[in-house]
Design a protein around this ligand. Structure first.
Ligand code: NAP
Length: 310
């Protein structure tokens, strides 16, 4: 029987995804019809984005899985009408994008590039730059993205510490968990990267206390979620020099309002939530692959644990 796959992520994204998804479904030899509207009781799979108008999943009685186009699920995970498995996006292009974004910004701070970019004529101070082995980097969150970033940074030889909820083992990195582990990771991190999901356990994790544990002048790179950081505490830490620079990709309100103090702060770099975007061609293959697994009776990939919230 032909499967009905409902693309419920909006018309704009459909324009990007229609052709790659149709091709990927074909490559998986799935007899599937991709639609943007259908009677709910006829839908087998829902392709979803948090901005979707679809918020009540109750009538989708036949739906076997909701396949999110985003890695972050904080806007959907608590929806009480969603009883089907929810799969988040883990996509090789998205992961590579994040690795490139984080490595670029870590190297910027490690090498002190800003001093040279903004040097004045005659400003000739030849200071020997440190090597990666001498630079301590912390990564909060050792999931799909945190581990890929760790692997790339380990390739440079950075002195890496990481932190996750559960004990983890990542080559080239000392891994921590629990409150003591968080403090150890923070007190080590001259450059801190936050790749945590937004949950009740991570909201405002980087508060005044946590920021004070970082070595003085540390750089913060946050491509995780804006609400991981207490904005007021961060601005105070930037003003005092406790934080030397913050590179922020995600914010409590997006787009970041033009009058937000982050825009004008000399120690803040704002990027517009572009660290890692979901690319249609590779994401379509991930989605079709997951549907194929479901049809073969295999467990879905990247299923969100509702209890943990990620
Ligand atoms: P993931 O695979 O689910 O990994 C999450 C990691 O965070 C895991 O290591 C997990 O610990 C850890 N964690 C969760 N709650 C924790 C807690 N309370 N205490 C300590 N550690 C905790 O997620 P991912 O794919 O790497 O993505 C991470 C986040 O990046 C996403 O949720 C999203 O917010 C963000 N993101 C941003 C962009 C962008 O463009 N800016 C793009 C994609 C994703 P365990 O290992 O113990 O489970």
């Amino acid at each position: 029987m032909t499967l009905t796959v409902l693309f419920a992520a909006g018309q704009e994204l459909y324009n990007d995804y229609q052709a790659p998804l149709s091709q990927a479904l074909q490559e998986q030899a799935l007899d599937a019809e991709l639609v943007t509207d259908a009677p709910p009781e006829s839908v087998d799979y829902i392709i979803y984005a948090p901005s979707s108008a679809l918020q009540d999943f109750t009538p989708y009685t036949r739906c076997k899985a909701v396949l999110n186009l985003w890695a972050g699920v904080e806007k959907i995970v608590g929806n009480p009408t969603l009883t089907q498995p929810l799969c988040r996006m883990v996509d090789p292009s998205l992961t590579q994008g994040m690795v490139e974004y984080v490595c670029g910004h870590v190297l910027r701070h490690h090498l002190g590039m800003d001093a040279h970019i903004h040097a004045r004529p005659g400003d000739w101070h030849a200071v020997e730059p440190p090597l990666a082995q001498e630079r301590k980097v912390g990564i909060l969150g050792l999931g799909a993205l945190g581990q890929a970033v760790a692997q790339a940074l380990a390739g440079f030889g950075f002195d890496l510490h990481g932190w996750a909820r559960s004990p983890r083992s990542v080559p080239g990195m000392r891994c921590h968990h629990g409150q003591d582990g968080l403090d150890a990771c923070l007190s080590h991190a001259e450059i801190l990267v936050t790749l945590l999901p937004l949950t009740a356990g991570t909201e405002n994790l980087l508060d005044r206390r946590a920021l004070a544990l970082l070595p003085e002048g540390a750089a913060l790179i946050n491509p995780g979620r804006g609400r991981l950081v207490d904005d007021t505490a961060l601005i105070a830490a930037l003003d005092s020099g406790q934080i030397g620079h913050a590179t922020l990709d995600v914010f409590r309100t997006e787009p970041l309002p033009a009058d937000h103090p982050f825009w004008a702060h000399p120690r803040v770099t704002v990027t517009p939530h572009i660290a890692a975007t979901t690319r249609a061609r590779t994401a379509a293959r991930v989605i079709a692959g997951n549907i194929a697994r479901g049809e073969k009776g295999l467990a879905f990939m990247n299923v969100v644990d509702r209890g943990r919230g990620y």
